[in-house]
Ligand binder design. Structure first.
Ligand code: SAH
Length: 373
């Protein structure tokens, strides 16, 4: 054998550096459309209608353990286990508000950490989910933004957070008796529109009626974004009337450039235009998110400017008292400044609410649990 090394073939003893292929989360039933599930079942040598049975087990009975799926042939159950890989492993669970707020820190297959929060109210139960491990948007007031982006989550990793919450509610583990998830908000870790395909896939699984999905009303699903303008337009094209939440946080470019750095790419006027276009096409009221930060963005003149920008639009302003992150110099606005801000918006006829601060004592907001780990 020749010792001359071929291009790309290392000589004996020579070190080679093969770029590691970044492993992806395993394929799961929840990644697949109904048609793809039928194909996957056929690949396993089973009749396509088994895909409907498997889907009912997962999305209706909330079971992912084939050994419990006794209406399936025993011999096939083992093979179907391939469609239900373990994607999320709970690391920590914290509860507050008498057990009605439950936050879970999850470890993904590759060690990445993400958070989800279940919040039960008298009239609804909301799951707040992560769409990325970490986030690349770098907003300085957000705990997740500080660590940067680890990776995108898969559709099934996103859906599994909701299914986990649905199981907890169905099992009666949350005070108030057995219940269902009525709302899903993409306000956990990550920028959902920067993981567009997986997020839209997850939304489709959430809103599709059983057996295809969880059958949650699209009106109950909110996608929150820093304002990736082209993706907002694309989302309007999907025909999924989910609520769009736009994290504005400042009405002027000078300040927004610093609070939401993507603003240097798409300015306030552009992102608001995209929001109004979204509202017009989906007939859904857009939610403007505005974290009130003491002496940073809470001046009355900024409330006035915001009021002028959004009045007479299909809009709702959601003020969020800043949840200070460890080591940050910023804190929530004084109560009197918050009240004045609300009054200025009301003066302009803008519907406004101040978000409740559930889960604050369990680092309920924005990647703080993962950051602490
Ligand atoms: N990336 C998306 C969704 C993530 S967070 C987005 O930015 O919209 C959901 C909301 O919580 C966003 O409006 C975000 O700006 C806000 N948020 C982040 N950190 C916060 C903090 N420390 N206090 C209050 N709100 C915060």
């Amino acid at each position: 054998m020749s010792t001359a090394s071929q291009p790309g073939t290392p000589a004996p003893g020579q070190l080679t550096f093969v770029a590691p292929r970044r492993a992806k989360p395993a394929r799961h039933l929840a990644d697949l459309t109904m048609a793809e599930r039928r194909a996957a079942v056929a690949e396993l040598g089973e009749k396509p209608f088994r895909a409907d049975q498997l889907s009912r087990h997962y999305f209706e009975r909330l079971t992912a353990d084939p050994s419990l799926m006794t209406d399936l042939p025993a011999a096939a159950r083992d093979r179907f286990a391939a469609l239900f890989p373990t994607l999320l492993t709970p690391v920590r669970e914290l509860t507050t508000d008498g057990g009605t707020t439950r936050k879970t820190l999850w470890r993904l297959f590759d060690g990445a950490l993400v958070e989800s929060v279940l919040m039960r109210y008298p009239d609804r139960a909301t799951m707040c989910v992560s769409s990325q491990a970490g986030c690349g948007m770098n907003c300085p007031f957000c705990a997740t933004g500080q660590a940067g982006l680890t990776r995108n989550m898969s559709t099934a990793e996103i859906v599994e957070q909701v299914v986990a919450g649905a199981r907890t509610l169905a099992a009666g583990e949350v005070p108030g008796g057995p219940g269902r998830v009525s709302n899903v908000v993409f306000m956990g870790m990550g920028e959902p529109l920067a993981n567009y395909r997986a997020v839209v896939g997850a939304v489709r699984r959430l809103v599709e009626p059983a057996p295809g999905g969880l059958g949650i009303s699209a009106r109950g699903v909110t996608v929150s974004t820093v304002g990736l303008v082209p993706a907002i337009g694309k989302l309007a094209d999907e025909g999924l009337p989910v609520t769009l939440a736009l994290s504005l946080h400042a009405p002027d470019d000078e300040l927004r450039d610093t609070l939401v750095p993507i603003n240097t790419r798409w300015k306030v006027a552009e992102v608001l235009d995209a929001a109004w276009d979204y509202a017009a096409r989906t007939k859904r009221r857009v939610s403007i998110e505005y974290a009130l930060i003491k002496d940073v963005n809470d001046q009355e003149w900024r409330a006035d400017l915001l009021g002028k920008l959004v009045r007479n639009k299909l809009v709702h302003v959601n003020l969020i008292p800043l949840n200070p992150t460890p080591g940050s110099k910023w804190t929530a606005s004084r109560p009197e400044d918050e009240r004045a801000f609300v009054r200025r918006l009301q003066f302009h006829g803008v519907p406004v609410t101040v978000r409740d601060t559930r889960g604050r004592e369990i680092d309920g907001a924005c990647g703080q649990l993962a950051a602490a780990e």
